[in-house]
Design a protein around this ligand. Structure first.
Ligand code: ADP
Length: 720
């Protein structure tokens, strides 16, 4: 446990370090993009209000920016120029400013540090022009360009401006930038447009740029320095942002399709819909902000404001959704109330932006934007570092939150680069890639876990199947055994009844004869009959005791009491009994055992004696008058270790032998060989008892026999 938690701690500190590194790289990235992408003034030679432009039509790659030393004439509208009320040189009599700098933050509300006003003691008030019930301000930027090559065509482009932009050159109307002719209705632009500047025969181009914009805009006018290109090469300014937006859109589609495919694995499906909404809002923000969708300046400002607030709210709710299943979330009411509070604030801000008639000429809209972003970032950051610290998704959530902060701050800063690629969009891409990576890796982990579980299940099923088949086999064996036992029982019964019937019939016959004609019978015959009755009763008794013994041996494992037994001693005892019995008969019995080896085995001595007695008495029974019975025991494998040695016992006779085809059956219960005959008494149970006892000793018994020559029973036991 302790090891696991220390491992966990190590993991978390590693993640924290990664997060810090990520923040650092984001700062570097923002700075790098903003620096590299800056659209600065090219520092053209400027004299007496004229720029000297070194461009030639051949120098395809040359682009120059004009951001300093412009002339600004307030309160001049394109309608004044179109109606002829205002001519290029008229500005000299009007209040105007020179040394004007382009400012992206304030537009013409901040004309730069070098500005000098003419024909007025202080900057004049902006005049409100009302048309179609709407109020607007207008202003005119003026520049005189002197081209090195008077025959060339040059292209003017301004990617970022607030208001309707109309361009004139040498008194000719060149058209609107963004191609819009109605300043109050939205239209679709292409992010970047240019108009051709055609100088007069002296290479002079007097350019006038009028801008009309809503009175509530805080940064009206030019927001990025106008660029001059010597060729239509500036198409790249349109294509590159379009490609970038396409790329973001493709990422968005990936998330949409991928998220849809794996949304079944989400605990909380709402996360997926929130994600779609966030993607949609951020793309919309970019399209509006970069003039891919063109609105009039106020609507654009309002839209951007609302989209950013919505985006912040959705990011908060989205991050919150990751933790709805966590213990802390269920425990603390404040955590559950947070999304409601944030959404309510957002709603109030949106209503304020729509109905509040906000002065977009001031900092006012930027303050709530900034504060709201900070609020969301702080709550998310606080939650991540305290309550949700160390949760599975926290690392990815943290990366997304950092991207969100960088996105929002860059969006509020409003910096646009040379290619109209806003810095915030880079963080949108990073956040999307992180999310993709998170979902894909989560999916892969889940798929792997599933595969492992499947494998485990398969293994369990296989194991169970094996177990079942084993049980089946056991059942089959048990069943077979039961059937065999049943068969054996029937055989035993029929054999017993048959074997008992013979003596019973004989006894009954003798008894009946004695009963019916006993008085007339001579005494000797009566005695003979009575002797027969006694013999037959003894035979019955023997049969019954043999059956009882065999049954007991087979059914009761505890019958056996194993101990170290000397085969030499055991055989010697048995031999002594039979040797005495055979005294005076024609039958001879011999014993051959080693002198100096007691031939120890592990056995039940009583049961083993029974084996030897049975075999020796069979040998005596199934031999002729002049018989020779040999008992021999010896050790085999003396050179090996004791556990590999065996004790062998042979009981050999030169009797009637067993027919070859019956040798295999003589151990069966009640089986008696055909040649054993009626006059040799027996039940056919003796060898079954022998076999059962030998089996219980883990020993082996075999027979070699030949009719008329004799029989050898060979026993092999493990030495002890
Ligand atoms: P039983 O001797 O009571 O008939 P056993 O089970 O001891 O029963 O022997 C089974 C049969 O094996 C005998 O009936 C006999 O035919 C045969 N048998 C056993 N021992 C010998 C032997 N030493 N020589 C010839 N036949 C034998």
């Amino acid at each position: 446990m302790a090891a696991a938690s220390s491992n966990e701690r190590k993991n978390i500190s590693k993640q924290l370090l990664l997060v810090l590194l990520f923040i650092l790289s984001c700062i570097c990235l923002s700075t790098a993009i903003n620096t590299a992408n800056a659209r600065n003034d090219s520092g053209l030679a400027f004299d007496h209000g004229v720029y000297y432009v070194p461009l030639t039509p051949d120098a395809n790659s040359d682009t120059v920016y004009i951001g300093n030393n412009l002339v600004f004439v307030p309160n001049v509208d394109y309608t004044d120029i179109d109606s002829g009320e205002f001519d290029f040189y008229d500005y000299a009599q009007m209040p105007h400013a020179t040394g004007v700098t382009v400012s992206s933050t304030y537009g013409w509300n901040d004309l730069g540090p070098n500005v000098t006003w003419y024909n007025c003691s202080e900057p004049p008030q902006m005049r409100v022009i009302s048309r179609e019930g709407k109020d607007k301000h207008c202003g005119l930027y003026i520049m005189t360009l002197h081209f090195k090559d008077p025959d060339g065509t040059y292209y003017l482009s301004i990617p970022h401006s607030n208001g309707l932009v109309k361009v004139y050159c040498n008194g000719n109307n060149l058209g609107f930038l963004w191609g819009r002719h109605d300043e109050w209705t939205p239209s679709f632009g292409f992010g970047y447009e240019y108009v051709p500047i055609i100088p007069d025969s002296d290479g002079i181009a007097r350019v006038m740029i009028t801008i009309s914009t809503h009175v509530n805009i805080h940064n009206p006018g030019l927001l990025s320095p106008p660029a001059l290109d010597s060729s239509v090469d500036s198409m790249s300014y349109a294509i590159i942002p379009a490609l970038w937006v396409m790329m973001l859109f493709v990422l968005y589609l990936f998330i949409l399709i991928g998220g849809f495919l794996i949304s079944r694995t989400f605990k909380n499906k709402l996360v997926f819909y929130e994600l779609i909404l966030i993607e949609f809002l951020s793309l919309m923000y970019m399209l509006v902000d970069c003039n891919f969708i063109v609105f009039n300046a106020l609507v654009k400002e309002q839209m951007s404001f609302i989209l950013l607030i919505l985006l912040n709210t959705m990011v908060f709710v989205f991050i919150d959704s990751f933790y709805t299943t966590s213990v802390a979330y269920k425990k603390h009411l404040i955590l559950r109330a947070a999304p409601v509070i944030v959404s309510s604030i957002a709603l109030l801000l949106i209503l304020w932006a729509i109905f509040g008639n906000i002065q977009f000429t001031t900092w006012i809209p930027l303050v709530p934007e900034l504060l709201f972003t900070l609020l969301v970032a702080c709550i998310c950051g606080f939650n991540l570092l305290t309550v949700y610290y160390g949760e599975t998704a926290s690392f990815y959530v943290c990366i997304i939150e950092i991207c969100h902060v960088f996105f929002s701050f860059n969006a509020i800063a409003g910096f646009k680069g040379a290619y109209n690629l806003p810095t915030y969009s880079v963080f949108l891409a990073i956040a999307n890639l992180t999310l993709e990576f998170y979902y894909v890796s989560r999916y892969v982990i889940q798929a792997r876990a599933l595969e492992d579980t499947m494998e485990h299940m398969q293994f369990l099923v296989q194991e169970k199947t094996l177990r079942i088949s084993e049980i089946n086999r056991d059942l089959y064996t048990t069943n077979k055994k039961l059937m065999e036992n049943e068969q054996a029982r029937k055989t035993v019964l029929s054999n017993v009844s048959h074997d008992l019937r013979t003596p019973i019939t004989a006894i009954r016959g003798y008894a009946e004869m004695l009963y019916t004609s006993g008085q007339n019978m001579p005494e000797s015959q009566k005695t003979n009959y009575l002797k027969n009755i006694i013999r037959r009763s003894e035979q019955m008794e023997r049969i019954i005791s043999d059956i009882v013994e065999l049954t007991r041996l087979e059914s009761n494992a505890n019958e056996f009491q194993f101990m170290d037994v000397s085969i030499s001693e055991l055989l010697d005892e048995v031999y002594m009994i039979y040797e005495a019995d055979l005294q005076g008969s024609g039958k001879k019995i011999t014993l051959d055992i080693p002198d100096n080896d007691l031939l120890f085995v592990r056995a039940d001595p009583k049961k083993l004696s029974r084996v030897f007695e049975n075999l020796i008495s069979n040998a005596i029974n199934y031999t002729f008058e002049e018989a020779k019975i040999e008992i021999k025991a010896w050790r085999e494998g003396q050179e090996k270790s004791i556990e590999n040695q065996t004790i062998c016992i042979d009981i050999k006779d030169n009797g009637i032998g067993i027919p070859a085809n019956e040798v295999s059956m003589i151990f069966d219960r009640f089986y008696r060989a055909k040649n054993s005959g009626q006059n040799i008494k027996g039940t056919g149970i003796g060898l079954s008892i022998v076999k059962t006892i030998i089996d219980r000793h883990d020993a082996k018994i075999s027979v070699e026999s030949a009719i008329g020559t004799g029989t050898v029973f060979h026993i092999v036991m493990r030495a002890n």
